[in-house]
Design a binder for this molecule. Structure first.
Ligand code: ADP
Ligand code: ZN
Ligand code: ZN
Length: 754
């Protein structure tokens, strides 16, 4: 008998309620549940006079429950445990580390469809049961001719038939069928069917991924062998796969996955963006399906049915591999032996609402719990990971050459200050870039233009007095939408007519500051009147099919030029793209964020990486007003080590992450004095209770000072170890009495500083 099954004499279990009861509670297990109940099972329990959900954390109890007071749990909701033993540990750790409520973490770990007690999709079949006697059949024909007809029909069949189809075809009511079943003349059986996400999409001709197995390059091979050795060692280890863009990192991941599944192990493969999941799952399936290995996809856009089926396939051990976005790090994979985090530097791994976890860091911790291997891959690794390599915590495998001897693209910097001096009304597209765009179009090669999303705005600015159209409720400029001539706030949705004259100085020179993808599209269309140009922005990203259609049209050459923000840059692999332009490289440098330089370096390297992935060499044009800024210079030379050294030096000097952990404590409220009053009170508590354990900076207004009429201030805590201080911090905060009109949040290892 498996050791996680209940033993009959310990028919008492401890359950933690999902609704966030601090303490696990003891319950008796009714005999009907004893066969299905396991450690980690989701159960329905009586609590606070209601029926609630909980997870079985342990068998037996040390709690002293007065006789007769022990309540009986109601039922086991799912036939498989919702938390594997490692997930239970992970839950305890993540809840504490990210200062989250048990409820928030458990709801993230256990998808809604599972909590609702969703069942597999089944199809009901009918087949013949006991044979009626001649008299019985005659009576039936007289009293219920329809029943007789269906009975006769079914008796002629050899195989069970779908009930719904028969009822429809013979125009017979469900009750007629039910009554035959009740009499035993017919049998009904339910068969499970799986809803496979992306089946439709992978069924498309153009997105079918053909299984190809390229000969590994020397560097790929070395990386694969190092990862295989780490897997064989069977201990916890983290390997950073630092491979330049187009170096074939995916091929390395696939080889590692193959080894694991051949040994019966499970794999979690994280990608930074929902939109990338289908493409990646296609490649993994193409490689593994032939071996009968089932791969599921996991992200927030799945329907509940798809989610349930993916969950069940993993929890039952039928599927061993999951590819997904952030939340897949909590998927119930059995015998988990390998975690892969692609583009590990991506801020999208951090969840910006509670629980504020970082999928990459949780992956590392989960690998640690399972004594297994975690591979973090990137062309531009985060400073955190590079520092972990430097101090020997992570191993590194580097791939410095692109596959097939392809060159890294040549990067040109264009100084936009000089462009502006040379008149012509300072077009946002420099002549260098314009000429190259024309050249590519004539050669029938493709180009991509990127706009920096950071600080990217299409607001209204008066050149005469400096007036900027800002939202009344939030301290940010409003976005101008040309389609309807309105200004909108992307934080609160406030909208109003755009002014024709400056409201401050009445100047009619008021015009747009910043560049929208739409404006760039118009300008470029004038440069290339005959080219097919398509814009890709947040709107097209949210429409799943439009996004796929655009990328596909681009792939087959129906589109000459793609214009979009960097959010479309991730993972694009188009061999015919030989020119990439970054229209405004500086935007990300001028944000209030200690990672501004790191982000800018990553952005330039990543967008450049989209160029020259085929047989022809690629070129990149970076437009900037600060061409000498170090991240821009290092990126131009693809000097990773140089950038890393200098940036680490800066961080060390200011004692910023990765040298210490950072915790952000944000306070907000409609009355700024009140907010500040409570911050001051709280600071006194910290002073008394945590002296010497944290360095506190602030309070300071948040970069976005006001959102929806609420003023925002923040404190920064620096500490050598977040896990060592967070427990105490949270406990103090729970005891601290704060006004109801002041809301605060604690963000551990924040990515977003605004
Ligand atoms: P990265 O993620 O490192 O940017 P990819 O894994 O997307 O790169 O690989 C880039 C392209 O090179 C893909 O089309 C891939 O199929 C191809 N490729 C990978 N490894 C090899 C190899 N050893 N030989 C030839 N082509 C390869
Ligand atoms: Zn003005
Ligand atoms: Zn607003």
């Amino acid at each position: 008998m498996p050791k996680n099954k209940l033993n009959h004499d310990t028919a008492v279990v401890e359950v933690i309620a999902l609704s966030g009861f601090d303490k696990a509670l003891a319950y008796a297990v009714p005999p009907t549940c004893q066969a299905t109940l396991q450690l980690g099972s989701l159960v329905r329990i009586p609590l606070r006079r209601r029926s609630e959900l909980g997870v079985v954390l342990r068998f037996g109890t040390d709690q002293v429950v007065p006789p007769g007071k022990l309540k009986m749990l109601f039922e086991v909701v799912q036939p498989y445990p919702v938390l594997t033993p490692d997930l239970m540990e992970l839950y305890r750790w993540a809840q504490k580390y990210y200062a989250a409520t048990p409820e928030a973490i458990l709801e993230t770990m256990i998808p809604a469809a599972i909590r609702k007690g969703m069942k597999p999709k089944t199809r009901r079949y009918i087949s013949k049961g006991k044979a009626p006697t001649v008299e019985e059949l005659e009576t039936l024909e007289k009293r219920a001719p329809k029943q007789a007809a269906i009975l006769k029909f079914i008796r002629q069949q050899v195989k069970p038939l779908p009930r719904a189809d028969i009822l429809k075809a013979m125009k017979i009511s469900a009750s007629a069928c039910d009554s035959l079943v009740a009499k035993g003349y017919l049998h009904e059986t339910d068969t499970e069917e799986e809803r496979v996400a992306y089946e439709d999409e992978l069924g498309d001709q153009e997105s079918v991924v053909v299984e190809t197995r390229p000969v590994l390059t020397e560097e790929q091979d070395a990386a694969v062998r190092a990862i295989h050795d780490a897997i064989t060692a069977d201990v916890f280890s983290v390997r950073l796969l630092h491979g330049v863009t187009g170096s074939g990192k995916t091929e390395v991941y696939l080889n590692a996955i193959e080894k694991i599944v051949a040994e019966g192990g499970g794999v979690i493969f994280l990608v930074p963006e929902v939109a990338l999941a289908p493409q990646t799952v296609g490649r993994v399936r193409a490689r593994l399906e032939a071996r009968g290995v089932h791969t599921v996809v996991w992200h927030s856009h799945l329907s509940e049915g798809e989610r349930y089926d993916a969950w069940k396939a993993l929890a039952s051990g039928e599927a061993h591999v999951v590819v997904g976005a952030r939340s897949a790090v909590f998927a119930p994979v059995q015998n988990l032996k390998l975690m892969i985090v692609d583009e590990e530097h991506e801020p999208s791994y951090k969840q910006e609402e509670s629980p504020r976890y970082n999928g990459r860091d949780v992956a590392v911790f989960r690998a640690h719990l399972n004594k297994s291997v975690c591979v973090l891959g990137s062309a531009t690794p985060s400073l955190e990971s590079l520092y972990n390599v430097e101090r020997g915590k992570y191993a590194v495998d580097r791939i410095l050459k692109r596959v097939d001897h392809r060159q890294l693209p040549k990067i040109h910097l264009v100084d936009m200050r000089r462009e502006a001096l040379q008149g012509k009304g300072a077009s946002p597209i420099s002549r260098t870039l314009a000429n190259k765009l024309v050249d590519r179009f004539e050669k029938k090669e493709q180009s991509i233009l990127f706009l920096n999303r950071r600080g990217f705005s299409t607001s209204i600015l008066c050149p005469d007095c400096g007036y900027v159209a800002s939202c009344k409720h939030c301290s940010i400029p409003m976005t101008f939408h040309r389609t309807d001539g309105k200004l909108r706030c992307h934080l609160c949705g406030e909208q109003r007519e755009a002014p024709l004259k400056c409201p401050e100085c009445q100047s009619i020179n008021i015009r747009k500051k910043g560049l929208g993808t739409q404006k760039i599209e118009d300008i470029v269309q004038k440069i290339l009147p005959r080219a097919k140009i398509v814009r890709m922005d947040a709107d097209s990203m949210s429409k799943k099919n439009l996004y796929r259609k655009i990328l596909n049209d681009f792939r087959i050459g129906k589109i000459d030029l793609l214009v979009g923000t960097q959010m479309i840059a991730k993972g694009l692999d188009f061999p015919n793209v030989t020119l990439v332009g970054l229209v405004d490289a500086d935007k990300s440098l001028h944000v209030e964020d200690f990672r501004a330089a790191e982000r800018t370096f990553q952005l330039i390297v990543q967008v450049s990486g989209r160029s020259g992935r085929g047989d022809r060499a690629g070129e990149v044009v970076i437009q900037t007003s600060t061409p000498h800024a170090p991240p821009i210079q290092f990126a131009r030379k693809s000097d990773f080590d140089g950038f890393q050294l200098e940036e680490l030096e800066q961080r060390r000097e200011f004692n910023y992450p990765p040298f210490r952990h950072l915790i952000r404590h944000l306070f907000r409220g409609r009355n700024p004095d009140k907010v500040n009053f409570y911050i001051e009170q709280w600071l006194k508590v910290l002073d008394q209770e945590m002296e010497g354990q944290l360095e506190v900076r602030g309070p300071a207004p948040a970069p976005i000072e006001k959102i929806r009429d609420e003023y925002r201030f923040q404190l920064w805590y620096f500490a050598p170890s977040a896990s060592r201080v967070i427990g105490k911090l949270v406990a103090l905060r729970q005891q601290f009495k704060m006004d109801k009109e002041v809301i605060d949040l604690i963000d551990v290892d924040p990515m977003n500083m605004s």
